[in-house]
Design a protein around this ligand. Sequence first.
Ligand SMILES: NC(=O)c1ccc[n+]([C@@H]2O[C@H](COP(=O)([O-])OP(=O)(O)OC[C@H]3O[C@@H](n4cnc5c(N)ncnc54)[C@H](O)[C@@H]3O)[C@@H](O)[C@H]2O)c1
Length: 259
Amino acid sequence: MTITGKVALVTGGGRGIGRAIALRLADDGAAIALVDTNEQNMEAVAAEIRERGRKATTFQADVSSRQQVYDAVDHAESALGGFDIMVNNAGIAQVQPLSEVTENEVSTILGVNLEGVLWGIQAAATKFQERKQPGKIINASSIAGHDGFAMLGVYCATKFAVRALTQSAAKEYASDGITVNSYCPGVVGTDMWVEIDERFAELTGAPKGATYEKFVEGIALGRAQTPEDVAGFVSYLAGPDSDYMTGQSPMIDGGLVYR
Ligand SMILES: NC(=O)c1ccc[n+]([C@@H]2O[C@H](COP(=O)([O-])OP(=O)(O)OC[C@H]3O[C@@H](n4cnc5c(N)ncnc54)[C@H](O)[C@@H]3O)[C@@H](O)[C@H]2O)c1
C-alpha cells in the first residue's frame, strides 16, 4: 500500500471512473472523501470503502461552485484528519453540432469541466500551503483534450483547457512541493458513454450502441477501457513513484490516439 494514512478527495466519486478511483485509492491505503451532486450514489461507494476497512466521508457539492469546492476540502480535512491528494474527476459531456450550441450549454459545461477543475486546484493548493505540506493534484482530461472530435467540440475545448490549467498550476505550485498532473482516458464504458452514444443516435440516426462500437473498433488493444484501468494510472499519480512528474497529461487509451 503506497499511500497509507493519506487523505484523498475524489470529485464525481459517486459512479463510473470516480468510483473506481475512490476504491483503488482506498485499497492503496488512503481515507477517502467523496464529493458529488448525487448523495445516494456517494453513500453506496462510501459503504463499499468502509467494507474494505478504510475510512470514507461524503460531501454533497456542485464543483462549479467555488464556495462548495472550498467547503468540500475543509470537510475532508476535518472529517478525516488531513488532506494530501485532490482528484478533480467530476465532468459532464455534451454532444452537439457546433452550429447548434447555445449560451446556456456552454456555460454549464465550462462551469463543471473547466471552473470545477480550477476551483479544485485552487482550493487544494491553498489547503496544502496552509498546512505547509506537499500535495498531489490530479485532474480528469481526456483523449478529447488532445484531439478534436465532431459533435464534441465544446467538451474537447474544456478538456484541452484542463491540460493548460495542469501545466500552469504545475509551474505555479512546484516551489510548494505540489505536483499537478492529469489523466486522459480513451473510451471508458461508463454511464457517461451510454449517454453520449444515445445522443449520437438521436442526432445521426445511428442505431443505439453503434457510435460506442465504432470508437472501440479504433482501439489498438481491441477493447474498451474499464474504470479500473483508469484508476490504476491514477493510483500511480497519487503515489510516491510519480513524485518527479508534474504538468503532464498522458493518454491512457489503449492506443486510440497518438501524439
Ligand atoms: N467515460 C469516458 O470514456 C471518459 C473518457 C475520458 C475522460 N473522461 C472524464 O472522466 C471523468 C469521469 O467520467 P465518467 O465516465 O466516470 O462520468 P460519469 O458521468 O459516469 O460520472 C461522473 C460523476 O460526476 C458527478 N458530477 C457531474 N457533475 C458534477 C458536478 N457539477 N459536481 C459534482 N459532481 C458532479 C456525477 O454525479 C457522476 O457521479 C469526467 O471528467 C470525464 O469527462 C471520461
